[in-house]
Write a protein that binds this ligand. Sequence first.
Ligand code: ADP
Length: 264
Amino acid sequence: DGRDTTWKAQVRMLGDAILVTFEDFSATEEVDQMRRDFVANVSHELKTPLTAMIGFIETLRGPARDDAAARERFLSTMDREAQRMHRLVEDLLSLSRVEASERMRPRGTADVALVLASVLTMLSGKAEATGVTVIFDRPADPVLINGDADQLRQVFSNLVENAIKYGAKRVELRLAEREQIVELRRPGVVVDVIDDGPGIDSMHLPRLTERFYRVDTHRSREVGGTGLGLAIVKHVVSRHRGRLRIASSEGEGSVFTVCLPREP
Ligand code: ADP
């Protein structure tokens, strides 16, 4: 029926016979549990800023009513909380759009060099404000693949934004065309996003692209993270039949590598 199905096979000995049972694992308790966890996470992420805002509204109506300085302070905190909810809802929508499109081959043509250049332009203000240098040696000719340029822009802006958010001083984008990408056994492009930030302890790497997984929840919130950025990256890359590799260790910076086949 077009669904991705995961089968769980069990092999048992029954006397001399071997009994193999297959179970459709996709609709089982564990998948239901994952859905429930996701809903619980979303509710929690929305509830925290909402509770704070309700508290501030009460204070503004009561004790802070005639205190102009306090009012200003509370309003700017409320603004920050509302922006946080806004980012979360935007990322949830992006994630659900990417998931909905995941079974459809991307149809358009994307110039990966142009995608990277536009990400750089888009984030130049943020980089400047935080004193981060972003480097990209753009090739003279277009680097074309079959892909969804908007979604790819989101991939690289999430990766560069993360590097900026988590404290890099220098971010470098490297783009290379390959006649054979080993993992994909196909021609395509490889983009490295290299930062000199704090790096990530290797124990976190396997779970980093899970929704709402963060190394440090407090830090992520502080810098405006939603915990969904890398989940979106993973789904877009998978839709393009590409690969995401993360190489990092604490104190050594990080390298996020995106391999994309020329034809998904
Ligand atoms: P968030 O919205 O929290 O940034 P992401 O899914 O984008 O969520 O990233 C998940 C976690 O991975 C982050 O909370 C952060 O701990 C870690 N992380 C991502 N990118 C980097 C990076 N370039 N340097 C250090 N840590 C990173």
